[in-house]
Structures are given as structure tokens and as C-alpha cells.
Ligand binder design. Structure first.
Ligand code: NAD
Length: 437
């Protein structure tokens, strides 16, 4: 007999271990709180709920590395495959000293929902190695990466599990993974990772893809609210990869970017900032906005509560919380970052009539172009920037419309609509595939 899922009926398998990350403002816990609401709306069968919250495989591996001084050190490596129902699993690898299996499990689940929202035929995965890359030489990092790859050679593969860069990993590390995997396979296999250097099969347009996707869904939201970009004032928190590209592209669409910020603080100009100049200033100033002159200096908290039409939080998690949500004056929030809105702020934003484009939709442009990279590698045919961008725009636009329609259908926010869409897709595919016995 089918038993619909009820919140708190049983402990979720994904959080069964003692987890150091279960504080209230943790982005992964935030994700699971929204997931639970969506599961309840869908009346998801309790068995399916447990299946979808439980990683399908967890690989733990010891990585011995001979350090430059001749000492042998052993690092902990892990790879969690959350789900492969829609296709091979996909997700980044992070190198950080305190990475935990619980963090990696939660991030792997997040990838499953993000891929499902944008209809990318991948499951979710995540990897991690407990190390401090800042204290390691390039040679040590290369040996660590190659041994991690060799240990997981039967896990990775273009048809099985496809890693990508994440915290403290980059194009060079992806290049070493391609090479190690290819040496074992006795052929060059580029599609084993995404986020590679363009010379080794990376996709043109990947670097700008997340910010570009933010721009596309923001324009789609403006259309729904019947406002033109030229009528909109925008504030962007965070001026890194995602924030700077989103700001530049929204300005190109005619929006007036009145505020930007980074760790050094906020910069406000009510007549609109010259974004090209700000981008050039940051790149000449070690990617920092510190000292930028043609603006009034404000705090990051002030930036979040500016009187604007659109707010793009593109820095880090838990920025809009119970403390400041009532002072947020934007009509649209487009979540470039992962988890910038704490769950307790969701209802208040709804009541305030703010249209929040949730992270699993707004910043999914990156994984979408990663999928394009994998497709191009497998075709052996490389697309122009124009083709990548047009296809990305189409995917983001269609995903926004599906999320919007789902939210309307169930009378919920876009965030819950996105989770309903994703869970329904993966659960339906699971139902069709059935349970192998
Ligand atoms: P990044 O390191 O390039 O930039 C981060 C920016 O945020 C920097 O300008 C930094 O100064 C600023 N920042 C940090 N703390 C801040 C604070 N307290 N207040 C204001 N600004 C602050 O990182 P990114 O790649 O642009 O990623 C930003 C966010 O987007 C992260 O949450 C990331 O997980 C998410 N994201 C990134 C991608 C991608 O493709 N890069 C994809 C999906 C999601």
C-alpha cells in the first residue's frame, strides 16, 4: 500500500550521521526544508521519499601522496553518487580541509534537483578531498588529483559519473583528471569531466553561463510582472564570476545597476553605475572593488535593502534572513548564489509580494553549459559562442516557464514550484524504471 510522505515521519537517511552542518542557516538544511514541503504537496509515497533522500552510493578512499619533502601523507577522499535515475551523475569536486561526508551527501542531492529543474539528463553527485590546497605545491596537488582519480577510476566515466570544478578546484585539476582517466582507458576521454580548459574540450561560454542564466530568468520574471528592463533598478551582491557577469548582462539589457558589492563593502550610485568601468576596475584591482571612486560607499546590509526592482544575491548563503527580510524592498530576487535566502524568510517574502527566482533555477546556467560541454565532447563537434548562448537562453527560459506554471498550478512560490517540478520528474522516472530486484 502506498503511504504518502508526511514531514518528520522519520529521520531522513541523508542526515542520519552526526553532521556538523545542521545549524539553522545551513544552505543544505534549507534545501531539505523546501524539499519536504514539495514532497508533501506531491503526496510522495513515503518509500519514494526515502529513496530520493538516500544517496545510491558512497565511495570513501584513502589517497597516499608523496609530498615534496619526501614525507608520505594520506588524505581522505570521497565521492557520493546521490542519484542516477535521469542519467549519469554529475557534480563538482571540492578540496577543503574540513569537508565532511554529510556536506558532500547534501550537495550531491542538490545536484539531482538542479539538473531536473533545467531538464538536463543527469543525476546528482559530489566529491571532496580533505586537504588544504593553499598549503600544497602544484606538484603535490597534481599527485593528489591523479591518485584520487585512479582510485575512483571505476566510478568516473562519461556514461557513469562526470565531475566538475567546485570549491578550490579548477580547470587545471580537471585537465589532470582527463589525463589520468585517459591513461587508464588507453584513449583520450574528454567527456569524463566538465569545466576543462577550452583547449582540452571545454565549452566556450561556460565561464559566463551562470551569470547569463541569471540574466535570462530575471528578464523572464520582468516580463511576467510587465515591467521593461529599462524601467528597472538593480542591486547585485557579490562581484565575482556570477555577480559581475549578471550585472554586466543586465546593464546591456537596459537595466540601471545602482548598487554592487563584494567583501570590501557596497558601492551605490543612484544614477546608475558604469558597469564596464566597475568590471575593469575590479580586474585591475585583484578582483576587488575596494577603493572604487565613482560611487557612494554603503554597507552590504544596506545594499540588500536598497529601493530597487531587482536584487541579485550572488555572493554566499544566508544573506536574506529573519533579521533583514522586512526591509527588503526589491520586487524580484534572482538567486545567483546557492542558498542566499534562509527558509524562515520565504513566507515573509511571499507575503511582501516579492517574486523570488530560486537558486536551483536561477543559477542552473552553469550546469546547463556543463551539459553542453559533455555533448560537444561526445559529438567531437564544437559549437560557436552564439550557439551555446542561444541554447542556454532557450533552456533557462523554458525552465523558468515550467517552474512558473508549476507554481501557479499548486498555488505556491517559484521556489516550491521548482522543487515540485524536480521531485515529480525524478519520481516519475523512478516509477517508470521500477525497482530492480
Ligand atoms: P566568486 O568567488 O567568483 O565570487 C564571490 C563574490 O562574493 C566575490 O566578489 C566576493 O568578494 C563576494 N562576497 C563574499 N562574501 C561577501 C559578503 N559577505 N558580502 C558581499 N559580497 C561578498 O564566486 P562565484 O563563482 O561568483 O559564486 C558566487 C555564488 O554563486 C556562490 O554561492 C556559488 O556557490 C554560486 N554558484 C556559482 C556558480 C558558478 O558557475 N560560478 C554556479 C552555481 C552557483
Amino acid at each position: 500500500m502506498n503511504m504518502p510522505f508526511k514531514r518528520n515521519v522519520y529521520e531522513r537517511a541523508i542526515y542520519k550521521e552526526p553532521a556538523p552542518i545542521l545549524d539553522r542557516e545551513n544552505p543544505f538544511q534549507s534545501m531539505m526544508e523546501r524539499f519536504d514541503i514539495a514532497a508533501e504537496i506531491l503526496e510522495l509515497d513515503a518509500g519514494f521519499y526515502e529513496y530520493l533522500c538516500t544517496p545510491s552510493r558512497i565511495h570513501i578512499t584513502a589517497i597516499p601522496v608523496v609530498m615534496d619533502d619526501g614525507r608520505l601523507r594520506v588524505f581522505d577522499g570521497m565521492r557520493v553518487i546521490h542519484n542516477e535515475i535521469l542519467g549519469p551523475s554529475k557534480g563538482g569536486i571540492r578540496y577543503t580541509p574540513h569537508v565532511t561526508i554529510d556536506e558532500v551527501k547534501a550537495l550531491a542531492a542538490w545536484m539531482t534537483w538542479k539538473c531536473a529543474v533545467v531538464n538536463v539528463p543527469f543525476g546528482g553527485a559530489k566529491g571532496g578531498v580533505a586537504c588544504n590546497p593553499q598549503e600544497m605545491s602544484p606538484g603535490e596537488l597534481e599527485r593528489l588529483t591523479r591518485r584520487y582519480t585512479a582510485n575512483l577510476i571505476d566510478v568516473f566515466g562519461p556514461d557513469r559519473d562526470i565531475p566538475a570544478p567546485d570549491m578550490n578546484t579548477n580547470e587545471q585539476i580537471m585537465a589532470w583528471i582527463v589525463d589520468t582517466y585517459s591513461m587508464h582507458a588507453r584513449r583520450t576521454e574528454q567527456a569524463v569531466v566538465t569545466g576543462k580548459p577550452i583547449m582540452l574540450g571545454g565549452s566556450i561560454g561556460r565561464k559566463e553561463a551562470t551569470g547569463r542564466g541569471v540574466m535570462t530568468v530575471t528578464l523572464a520574471a520582468m516580463e511576467r510582472l510587465r515591467v521593461r528592463p529599462s524601467q528597472c533598478k538593480v542591486a547585485v551582491q557579490g562581484f565575482g564570476n556570477v555577480g559581475s557577469v549578471a550585472a554586466r548582462l543586465l546593464a546591456e539589457q537596459g537595466c540601471k545597476i545602482v548598487g554592487v558589492s563584494d567583501v570590501s563593502g557596497g558601492y551605490f550610485n543612484e544614477n546608475g553605475l558604469n558597469i564596464q568601468e566597475v568590471v575593469e576596475y575590479a580586474s585591475a584591482n585583484k578582483n576587488s572593488l575596494a577603493g572604487y571612486q565613482n560611487a557612494q560607499v554603503i554597507s552590504n546590509d544596506d545594499l540588500l535593502t536598497l529601493e530597487v526592482d531587482v536584487l541579485v544575491p550572488a555572493a554566499k548563503e544566508a544573506q536574506i534572513t529573519r533579521k533583514n527580510v522586512e526591509r527588503v524592498r526589491a520586487r524580484i530576487i534572482s538567486e545567483g548564489a546557492n542558498g542566499p535566502t534562509a527558509p524562515e524568510a520565504d513566507d515573509l517574502l511571499n507575503q511582501q509580494g516579492v517574486l523570488v527566482i530560486p537558486d536551483i533555477l536561477a543559477n542552473a546556467g552553469g550546469v546547463t553549459v556543463s551539459y553542453f560541454e559533455w555533448v560537444q565532447n561526445r559529438q567531437g563537434y564544437y559549437w560557436s559562442l552564439d550557439r551555446v548562448n542561444r541554447r542556454l537562453d532557450r533552456v533557462m527560459r523554458a525552465s523558468f516557464d515550467s517552474v512558473y506554471d508549476t507554481a501557479q498550478k499548486y498555488g505556491v512560490s517559484l521556489r516550491i514550484g521548482a522543487y515540485v517540478l524536480a521531485i515529480d520528474k525524478v519520481a516519475s522516472a523512478l516509477r517508470m524504471r521500477g525497482i530492480y530486484a
